[in-house]
Write a protein that binds this ligand. Structure first.
Ligand code: GLN
Length: 313
C-alpha cells in the first residue's frame, strides 16, 4: 500500500510535531564545541513522498550540520563504485554494540572497522571514495550528497573548524585502522575529508528528500535525477536497519520498524522503502547520540502511517 491521502499525511506530520514539542528530555552534544551553542528548542519534521509531495512542520527549513547522517550517503556512493561484495568485505555490515566512536570495537575485531555507520567504518569508507587527491574526494562527496538532496549543499565553516580543532579521537581511530592495514589512504587526510562531509549544512526537508531518494530506488523524486542504483539503496537501507542508531539500533527497529540514521547535531533520517523519506531535527540527544524528539516524532509517524516494515498489514 501507499501513504494515506495528501491532507491526512499533512495533518499527521503537523501532529507529530505538536504532540512532541513540549518534551525537553536529552542533552545537546558538546564534545564538538560549536554544537553546544545549538538552540535546543528547534524542532522540525518533514515527510517527502516518492511522488515528490512534501509535508512540513515546525523548523523544517532550519539548517544544521549533517554529521553522521552523511555516513549513509557516502556509503551509498562507495557501494555504487565498488559493489555489494567488496564493500561488505572491506567495511563490514554488523553492529558493534558499542558507541559510535568506540576504539574497543576495533580492537575486539582484529582491526576490522565493523560497519560504515560507526566512525571507524565511516573513515574507512570515506577513504575508499574515488579521487586522486583528498580535494577530489571531497568534491565527489559534496556533489553526490547534493544530488541526493536536489540542491547544492554547502560546508558549514564554523562547524568544520570546531570539529577539526578537537577531533583527536577520530585521528586516533584512523591511525589505529592504519596500523591494521585497514585504510588505503593517508589516515589524517581521510579524517579531514570525513570532518568536511559531517559539516555539510542540511535541513529536515533536505534529509527527507535524501531519504525519499533512497526510498525511490535512487531516483530523487523532486529533481528526477538518478543518483545511485536500486541495489545500492537496498544495501544501504539494510545497513541502516542494523546500525543506523548505533548501539540502540535494535530498540529503534523494534519500536519504529524502519531503517534510520541519526547525527549528533540532532538530525534524524528515516526511510520507508517505496513510500517516503522522513527528516527530523531536534538537538537534544539520548545517551547514544540520537535526537530524542526526532525519534518520538518518527515513532508516531511510523505508527499512524502504518510504515513498520515488519507489520503484516
Ligand atoms: N562528526 C561526528 C564525529 O565524528 C559525527 C558523529 C555523529 O554524528 N554521531 O564524531
Amino acid at each position: 500500500g501507499s501513504l494515506p491521502g495528501w491532507e491526512q499525511v499533512d495533518s499527521l506530520v503537523v501532529a507529530s510535531h505538536t504532540r512532541n514539542r513540549a518534551c525537553q528530555d536529552g542533552a545537546v552534544a558538546d564534545y564538538i564545541p560549536v554544537l553546544a551553542q545549538a538552540d535546543p528548542e528547534l524542532f522540525g519534521v518533514c515527510v517527502v513522498e516518492v511522488d515528490g509531495g512534501v509535508h512540513l512542520a515546525g523548523d523544517a527549513d532550519v539548517e544544521f550540520s549533517i554529521q553522521s547522517i552523511s555516513k549513509a550517503f557516502v556509503y551509498a556512493l562507495v557501494c555504487e563504485e565498488f559493489g555489494h561484495a567488496a564493500v561488505a568485505d572491506l567495511v563490514g555490515v554488523n553492529n558493534t554494540g558499542l558507541a559510535f566512536n568506540s576504539v574497543i570495537a576495533i580492537e575486539l575485531n582484529d582491526g576490522h572497522p565493523m560497519n560504515p555507520m560507526v566512525n571507524a567504518g565511516a573513515l574507512a569508507t570515506t577513504a575508499l571514495m574515488p579521487g586522486a587527491t583528498p580535494d577530489e574526494q571531497w568534491n565527489a562527496i559534496r556533489k553526490g550528497l547534493s544530488a541526493f538532496a536536489g540542491r547544492e549543499l554547502e560546508l558549514d565553516q564554523e562547524v568544520y573548524r570546531s570539529e577539526a580543532a578537537t577531533n583527536t579521537r577520530n585521528r586516533a581511530i584512523a591511525r589505529l585502522l592504519e596500523s591494521y592495514g585497514r585504510i588505503n589512504r593517508d589516515p589524517l587526510e581521510a579524517v579531514d575529508v570525513y570532518t568536511k562531509q559531517c559539516s555539510l549544512r542540511v535541513s529536515a526537508r533536505d534529509l527527507a528528500i535524501m531519504g525519499a531518494t533512497l526510498a525511490d530506488g535512487g531516483v530523487n523524486p523532486v529533481t528526477g535525477q538518478s543518483v545511485v542504483s536500486a541495489e545500492v539503496c537496498r544495501d544501504t537501507l539494510a545497513i541502516l536497519a542494523a546500525n543506523g542508531l548505533y548501539e540502540r539500533s535494535g530498540e529503534w527497529l523494534f519500536e519504529i520498524g524502519l531503517p534510520g540514521k541519526s547525527g549528533v547535531s540532532g538530525g534524524l533520517l528515516t526511510v520507508s522503502p517505496g513510500k517516503a523519506g522522513i527528516g527530523a531535527f531536534s538537538p537534544r540527544l539520548d545517551p547514544a547520540g540520537n535526537s530524542v524528539r526526532g525519534q518520538q516524532a518518527t515513532a508516531y509517524l511510523s505508527r499512524v502511517l502504518g510504515l513498520n516494515i515488519f507489520a503484516s498489514q
